[in-house]
Write a protein that binds this ligand. Structure first.
Ligand SMILES: Nc1ncnc2c1ncn2[C@@H]1O[C@H](COP(=O)(O)OP(=O)(O)O)[C@@H](O)[C@H]1O
Ligand SMILES: [Mg+2]
Length: 258
C-alpha cells in the first residue's frame, strides 16, 4: 500500500447514478501526487462525470471519494478545473486577462482581493502559460490554442494542487495539441501538481504521462500505458474483443468505438 499522503485522488468502489442510469459502476483507482494521468475512453462513458464528482458537484451513490485526503467539496481552491467545450464566443468583447481573472471568483479569496494583487496574479499566470502578449486582446479574436492557454491560466490562478482538464486538445490541430501537452507537462513537473487530462488519442500524450485511466462501460482501469492499453485489459473493460496494435511507438486500439 502506498502512503495515504502520497495519494492525491482516490476512488474506492464508487458508483454514480444519474436518474435511473448507472454512470460509474464500482470504480476504484488511486492517483499518486504530482503524477500526470490521461483519462481515456469512448464518449458518454463518464469521464466528465468523474471530474464533477471530484469537484463535489455530484454525490456518489456508493463508495468513497478522497481528494487530497478529504471528501470532495465545492469551491475547493486546491483544484483547478478547465471544463469541456469552452469555445469562447467569437464576438465576446471580454479581454483575455478578464477570463483568467474569473478563476479568482467563486471562492472566498476572490472577493476583497486587492485589485493590484489581482492584476499581478493574472500577469503571473499569463506569463506561465506564455499568453502575456495577448492578455489585452478580446478573447473572441483568439485561436483555439490561445483560448486553451487562457483556460489553463484560469485554472492555475488559485495555485491548485490538482489540475482537471476536460478535453483541452479536442479542437486543436496536432501542432497546437503538442504545444498544450508540453505546457501541461511543464506545469505538472515544475509545480508538482497532479494532472488529470481527458483526451481521445493517447499517442501524443505517451511521452509525457505517468498513468492512464481507461474508462468504458462505467468501469475504469488505471496503470501505466503498457499495462492498461492491452488487448486483454481493454477486452475485459469493454466486455467485447478489443485488439491493440503497437506500430512505430504508436498505439492503435481496434474493435472498440473510441
Ligand atoms: N444530468 C444527467 N442526467 C442523466 N444522465 C446524464 C447527465 N449528465 C450526463 N449524463 C449521461 O452520463 C453519461 C456520461 O456522461 P459524461 O460523463 O459526460 O461522459 P464523457 O465525458 O465520458 O463523454 C452519458 O451517457 C450522459 O448522457
Ligand atoms: Mg466529457
Amino acid at each position: 500500500m502506498e502512503n495515504k499522503n502520497e495519494i492525491a485522488i482516490s476512488l474506492k468502489d464508487v458508483t454514480v447514478r444519474l436518474g435511473d442510469r448507472t454512470i460509474l459502476d464500482d470504480v476504484s483507482f488511486a492517483v499518486p501526487r504530482g503524477s500526470f494521468v490521461a483519462v481515456l475512453g469512448p464518449n458518454g462513458t463518464g469521464k466528465t462525470t468523474l471530474l464533477k464528482l471530484l469537484l463535489g458537484l455530484l454525490k456518489p451513490a456508493g463508495g468513497i471519494v478522497s481528494v487530497l485526503g478529504a471528501a470532495p467539496r465545492r469551491g475547493n481552491k486546491d483544484i483547478g478545473y478547465a471544463p469541456q467545450h469552452r469555445v469562447l464566443e467569437a464576438d465576446l468583447a471580454l479581454r483575455a486577462r478578464d477570463v483568467v481573472g474569473f478563476g479568482l471568483d467563486g471562492n472566498k479569496w476572490g472577493i476583497g482581493f486587492a485589485n493590484r494583487k489581482r492584476e499581478a496574479a493574472i500577469d503571473d499566470v499569463l506569463k506561465e502559460v506564455d499568453a502575456e502578449q495577448f492578455g489585452g486582446a478580446p478573447v473572441g479574436k483568439l485561436s483555439g490554442g490561445e483560448q486553451q492557454r487562457l483556460l489553463i491560466a484560469q485554472a492555475l490562478i488559485t495555485d491548485p494542487k490538482i489540475l482537471l482538464l476536460d478535453e483541452p486538445l479536442s479542437n486543436l490541430d496536432i501542432n497546437h495539441a503538442q504545444e498544450i501537452i508540453a505546457l501541461v507537462t511543464d506545469i505538472c513537473r515544475r509545480r508538482a501538481v497532479t494532472v488529470m487530462l481527458v483526451a481521445h488519442d493517447v499517442n501524443p500524450l505517451l511521452p509525457s504521462i505517468d498513468h492512464v485511466l481507461y474508462m468504458a462501460n462505467g468501469r475504469g482501469a488505471m496503470g501505466v500505458p503498457e499495462e492498461i492499453i492491452t488487448g486483454e485489459t481493454l477486452s475485459d473493460l469493454y466486455g467485447t474483443k478489443v485488439e491493440v496494435m503497437r506500430v512505430g511507438g504508436r498505439i492503435f486500439v481496434l474493435g472498440a468505438e473510441t
